[in-house]
Design a binder for this molecule. Structure first.
Ligand code: SF4
Length: 100
């Protein structure tokens, strides 16, 4: 008598984690030129965003909606994701703006 392996259900889908909805996703100013002006960057306070050589990776604020993880053990959701992401999409700048 042979046993057949049970197939993984194909309908199961994992929901993507949006970093923008995580408490560890922090907005930080980054100085430009003479330090009187700045641009906005986002960083992961849990240290999950790294460059190949291990340095911390920051992302431009206007791209924050694109930051996502398949899974993250430090994800701390801030509330209703759909509503938050819709508001964020409406209010995000469309490019890298300089403030000062
Ligand atoms: S802790 Fe995980 S989910 Fe939260 S911002 Fe960092 S990488 Fe994204």
């Amino acid at each position: 008598m042979s046993q057949t392996a049970q197939a993984e259900p194909r309908t199961a889908t994992r929901q993507k984690i949006y970093c923008a909805n995580c408490k560890n996703c922090k907005l930080v100013p980054s100085p430009v030129d003479d330090d009187t002006r700045y641009v906005l960057r986002v960083r992961c306070a849990a240290g999950k965003w790294r460059k190949r050589l291990g340095d911390e990776k920051l992302y431009k604020y206007f791209t924050v909606i694109r930051r996502s993880m398949d899974e993250c053990d430090s994800y701390e959701p801030m509330g209703d994701e759909d509503e938050f992401l819709q508001d964020l999409k409406r209010n995000l700048p469309i490019n890298d703006e300089v403030y000062g």
